[in-house]
Design a protein around this ligand. Structure first.
Ligand code: SF4
Length: 265
């Protein structure tokens, strides 16, 4: 992974200049599912997790032919043109992916520029932070809402479902709690992997005391990204797994409400 970010510098004209570049998979100018209100969404390239149900399989590699390398200025030019729509709906910008934390310095610079323009910022992440340093701290300072995917608290099932341990994600969740960072947890209900009572209770126990977690969003598994696996020459291993029944989702909702959390479904 390579980003080329340099700290924002103030020049003689009194304006900040951002020299960093981000490797971007795609841009959605009016997203409706990645945070409150209408969102300008940047899908970042690169992810080190390997979720069996990944619906953005084509974002995994950091460098691909279709990726765009953009500066903060280039992105902001677009954001500014939409800012009235974003503000009018209580929206803002969202960094997602792929995994935006892999390019955390670029995202920090972008979010700082958004804050200078009074634009709400949201970080949609799997919590895979590689470094705990001043850049991460200042990224979180410039993040209004974190949407954190907690895929499975049981370490063994997590390894099967996501391909790697959940240690980094759980550490990041605790870091956010220590900082009292407003956070929405996202939990994907995957039949056979996360749709059982035990998984819901483990999640409830883990986040129960975290006062920074305002809501938990339940996302029933869907197969919509399966075709991208084939386009990438991979086998989609969850073939034949179907979305969970509504009753299952409502049951998990009830369990999590028992831990005092506000559930979005
Ligand atoms: S964390 Fe997101 S982008 Fe990465 S593999 Fe999982 S679903 Fe795909």
């Amino acid at each position: 992974m390579q980003t080329h970010t340099i700290h924002p510098a103030e020049s003689a004209d009194g304006h900040r200049h951002y020299h960093g570049k981000g490797i971007v998979h795609s841009i959605e100018s009016c997203g409706t599912v990645d945070g409150p209100g209408l969102r300008f969404v940047l899908f970042m390239q690169g992810c080190l997790m390997r979720c069996l149900y990944c619906h953005n399989r084509d974002t995994w590699d950091m460098r691909t032919e279709q990726a765009q390398v953009l500066t903060v200025e280039q992105v902001m030019k677009q954001v500014i043109s939409y800012r009235h729509y974003l503000r009018a709906t209580g929206g803002g910008v969202t960094a997602t992916g792929g995994e935006p934390l892999l390019q955390y310095e670029f995202i920090r610079d972008w979010f700082a520029a958004c804050h200078e323009n009074g634009i709400h910022t949201c970080l949609d992440t799997n919590g895979y932070a590689l470094h705990y340093d001043a850049i991460l701290d200042s990224l979180i300072d410039h993040t209004d809402l974190v949407m954190l995917d907690l895929k499975q608290i049981d370490p063994e099932i997590h390894k099967v479902l996501v391909g790697i341990p959940n240690t980094k994600t759980l550490r990041f969740a605790r870091y956010l709690a220590e900082r009292q960072q407003p956070t929405r947890v996202r939990f994907v209900i995957v039949p056979g992997y996360t749709d059982d009572d035990r998984s819901a209770h483990l999640l409830g126990e883990f986040i129960g005391d975290m006062e920074n977690i305002e809501t938990v969003e339940l996302l029933p598994y869907h197969e919509l990204g399966a075709h991208k696996w084939e386009l990438c020459g991979d086998e989609y291993k969850l073939k034949g797994v179907h979305p969970p029944p509504k009753d299952t989702v409502l049951h998990i909702k009830e369990i999590l409400e028992g831990y005092g959390k506000n559930i979005i479904y």
